[in-house]
Design a binder for this molecule. Structure first.
Ligand SMILES: Nc1ncnc2c1ncn2[C@@H]1O[C@H](COP(=O)(O)OP(=O)(O)OP(=O)(O)O)[C@@H](O)[C@H]1O
Ligand SMILES: CC(=O)N[C@H]1[C@@H]2OC[C@@H](O2)[C@@H](O)[C@@H]1O[C@H](C)C(=O)O
Length: 374
């Protein structure tokens, strides 16, 4: 039984991502040699039930204990359910669910167990993508930037551009496509911009039992409370030189400032905070990017997109405008990164996570029982 990933040529990988907005698991296939994107394949989605989301929320910010174990089980079962019927895949990239992220002190925690998933699916699984980077002094996040670099080449970009992911947390990648390798100094600069959808979701869940502000309907009816916005922007995080990353609930106390506002004003203010965090982040780019390509659920919010268009000095558009899939970009990123890990290529570098030197994060686990040759 052969237990090795082919050293050259294309690999068909499936990436699975359970993001900080806690809505569900995205999965997507990418055919790649670990450098360029060959083609994109099928995509899948499995929503978490309300009960499952409650279990996940209860474990946020925790590192061990029964709540973490319960969350791990939810994540593993959801992935198994989603992926067990999928065929024709050589390798799986399993991000898991981030429960806690404090790279400078405790580390970073993503549950499920990839060795278990490899066994359950009978396929090799790359997982635990962030630990090696943290151990080498990095932030462990964001990790999508190496994939953004490949996307920039895939779409034929010539001028520097930025990818902006608006999930639960926001993250931005500045890419200079004139470089051939993502780890070359100057090719990439990446960082988390601030809270994105998570505070909006949390507010509306508590106040109205809604999962999110669909179409920006509630924000549109409110006004931004400028005092709260100013105090938010005075947070030292925004002036800090990147790379830098955030935990999902890092700004929870700050965001408490909107506690006394109406639902509409609070939602408008949180939406403006997300856009303002991005605008602050743009000042850190080495040169002004020619365009900002937006991915993640936030691009479906026209109020947020309008705020970005007003506050950034360059065109802002969803990644669909260049033929990419903004609902699946992160899942695709972990398919791509899985192949890089399997081939011993780096997945982060000083410009993306602040790690001391370029590093290939991730553990490759093979199923003991079946073993699949690829
Ligand atoms: N139609 C819509 N209108 C407004 N907001 C939306 C819409 N669709 C999605 N969103 C927002 O986007 C969120 C989902 O975004 P996404 O799937 O990119 O997050 P994630 O991958 O979980 O997060 P992260 O990138 O932080 O890991 C939803 O929870 C919601 O807040
Ligand atoms: C620790 C962690 O899971 N961080 C996530 C989170 O969600 C968005 C932002 O914060 C980003 O840093 C990262 O996710 C994406 C997939 C990344 O690593 O690129």
């Amino acid at each position: 039984m052969k237990r090795a990933i082919r050293k050259s040529g294309d690999v068909t990988a499936l990436g699975a991502m359970s993001g900080t907005s806690l809505d569900g698991v995205d999965a997507a296939v990418v055919v790649t040699d670990g450098h360029r994107i060959g083609r994109f394949g099928q995509t899948l989605y499995r929503a978490y039930s309300e009960a499952e989301q409650t279990v996940l929320r209860a474990a946020l910010g925790l590192w061990t204990g029964p709540a973490v174990e319960a969350a791990r089980e939810v994540v593993e079962q959801a992935h198994l359910e989603l992926l067990q019927g999928v065929g024709g895949v050589d390798l799986i990239g399993f991000h898991g669910q981030t429960l806690a992220h404090a790279p400078r002190t405790h580390g970073t925690l993503q549950v499920g167990d990839g060795a278990w998933l490899a066994e359950a699916l009978g396929r090799p699984v790359v997982w635990d993508f962030r630990s090696a980077d943290v151990q080498l002094g990095g932030e462990g996040a964001p990790l999508a930037p190496f994939f953004h670099f490949a996307c920039a080449h895939h779409i034929g970009a010539e001028a520097p551009l930025a990818f902006l992911n608006l999930g639960g947390v926001g993250n931005l990648t500045y890419v200079d496509p004139s470089f051939d390798r993502p780890e070359t100094p100057g090719a990439l600069l990446a960082f988390d911009t601030g809270p994105a959808n998570a505070p909006i979701n949390d507010l509306l869940l508590t106040r109205q039992g809604l999962p999110f502000d669909e179409g920006g309907r509630i924000a549109r009816q409110g006004s931004v409370e400028s005092g709260a916005l100013e105090r938010f922007l005075a947070e030292p995080y925004f002036a800090r030189i990147p790379p830098k990353s955030l935990d999902r609930n890092d700004f929870a106390e700050m965001i408490g400032m909107i506690r006394d506002l109406s639902d509409a004003d609070a939602t408008a203010t949180l939406t403006a905070m997300c856009a303002a965090g991005v605008a602050e982040g743009m000042h850190h780019c080495p040169t002004p990017p020619a365009r900002v390509l937006v991915t993640g659920g936030g691009r479906h919010n026209p109020v947020l997109m309008q705020m970005l268009a007003v506050s950034l000095d360059c065109p802002v558009m969803p990644v669909e405008e260049v033929g990419l899939d903004g609902d699946m970009l992160e899942a695709q990123a972990f398919a791509y990164l899985a192949v890089r890990v399997a081939r011993g290529l780096p997945t982060s570098c000083p410009g993306t996570t602040g790690v001391r030197a370029a590093v290939g994060g991730g553990t490759l686990s093979w199923p003991q029982a079946t073993g699949v040759a690829v």
